[in-house]
Design a protein around this ligand. Structure first.
Ligand code: C5P
Length: 397
């Protein structure tokens, strides 16, 4: 799998003659597996047509902050959330100055302010402009903000000058975007993730279950695989297809899930308990369907094994990350869970909201460990998965 497989790259094309190379940049990003959307600034549109970029990217080109129609489909906030990385190529002196001063004067600069993803800029301008104190100072400001600079190359320029300031080669630009996603910390690590909902049978046709879809666990698995880890998934009932690169084990009840985890845990570096495991199982599973009688029916339930807690108590315990799906006293409950289960971190989900958490494609969580907490604002589960994995790598590996 190449480094940009299924990554969303938002390409900003600004006003430089090198904008004529932007379709090739789109192609090279696509060659590495990326899905590309383009924002074209007014300056950029002087050098390359919207139609060319639309044809190559296979997506509508975004060019206006004030377009009511665009705001309805994908406005600047949606574009910022969509992007896994933003690349500006070519980046003109004016666009660089806008970013350095934190302006929101057009669509591109507004999206940059609204995004929390990695940003890369590939400047292209006349050698004298590139060497000017103003541009140098702005580039230095941007690099302090962790914006990656893809250096301009030396050579003959469109204006006839010779010097530094040519747009880097398209293939090189795409390669540098790919490098952003290469995590070394998780490379080769073994990670076991539980996900989905357990189903505790009562009789041959009925069971107790919950709303978990497995989407968050699946997004975590994708992020681990992208980062080079070997992933084992122990899953209950799920409503999504799992990454083919993972080893998947189906375990529908809490007991079976416990057994599958214990059978596979010894070689793992990290255990992520993302499954919504039933806290109780039916004491007696009726052989035949329970008949309607008109009277009250009392089911006797016994507590199921707490898989996460058991793994945390192993002599050779992996790094253990749990989830807490809470509806009240969120942080307090999550902190108690961190302590009671003895795990290294708890990821807190507020499942009282309809638009995030269970079943939804989006989520917002708080990552809590012994040292403090990090809030991860609402975003797609795919993007949150990557963030969570990045934090686990930074904190524990
Ligand atoms: O105690 P509670 O069920 O709220 O804790 C949630 C966390 O513990 C989740 O990470 C869940 O996957 C894990 N868990 C478990 N085994 C259970 C119950 C929960 O691993 N029986």
């Amino acid at each position: 799998m190449s480094s940009l497989t299924n990554k969303h790259i938002l390409l900003g094309v600004s006003g430089s003659i090198a904008a004529y190379k932007a379709p090739d940049v789109v192609r090279r990003l696509q060659d590495l597996g990326a899905k590309v959307r383009v924002i074209l600034t007014q300056g950029g549109a002087q050098f390359i047509t919207e139609l060319s970029l639309q044809a190559i990217s296979k997506n509508k080109v975004h060019d206006n902050l004030w377009d009511k129609e665009a705001e309805l489909s994908m406005g600047h906030i949606e574009l910022a959330k969509w992007a896994d990385a933003i690349l500006i190529a070519p980046a003109s002196a004016n666009t660089i100055a806008n970013l350095a001063s934190g302006k929101a004067c057009d669509l591109l600069s507004s999206v940059i302010l609204a995004s929390d993803c990695p940003i890369l800029i590939a400047p292209a301008m006349n050698q004298q402009m590139y060497a000017s104190d103003g541009v140098k100072a702005n580039l230095s400001t941007l690099s302090k903000r962790n914006i990656t600079l893809i250096q301009g190359e030396e050579g003959e320029q469109a204006c006839g000058d010779i010097g530094e300031g040519r747009l880097a080669e398209s293939g090189e630009i795409a390669k540098q975007v790919g490098l952003i996603f290469q995590s070394t910390k998780l490379s080769g690590k073994k990670i076991l993730i539980t996900l989905g909902a357990t189903m505790e049978p009562i009789d041959p046709v009925r069971y107790i279950t919950n709303h978990s879809s497995g989407k968050m666990g699946s997004a975590l698995a994708d992020a681990c695989i992208e980062a080079g880890a070997q992933v084992t998934l122990v899953h209950g009932n799920i409503s999504i297809a799992l990454n083919q690169k993972a080893t998947s084990i189906s375990a529908t009840t809490a007991e079976k899930m416990y057994q599958s985890v214990i059978d596979n845990i010894s070689k793992q570096d990290i255990f992520i308990a993302c499954a919504a495991v039933s806290d109780y199982s039916s004491k007696n599973i009726e052989k035949n369907k329970i008949k309607k009688s008109g009277k009250n029916l009392i089911l006797e339930l016994t507590p199921s094994k707490d898989i996460l807690k058991e793994v945390c108590q192993l002599d050779k315990k992996p790094i253990c990350i749990g989830f807490a799906a809470e509806t009240q006293n969120l942080v307090e409950n999550a902190k108690n869970k961190l302590k009671n289960k003895g795990c290294d971190a708890i990821i807190l989900n507020d499942v009282s909201k309809d638009d995030s958490g269970f079943k939804s494609d989006e989520n917002e969580v708080i990552f809590i460990d012994q040292k403090g907490s990090v809030k991860l604002p609402k975003n797609s589960k795919q993007k949150l998965g990557r963030k969570i994995i990045e934090i686990i790598g930074d904190k524990f590996l």
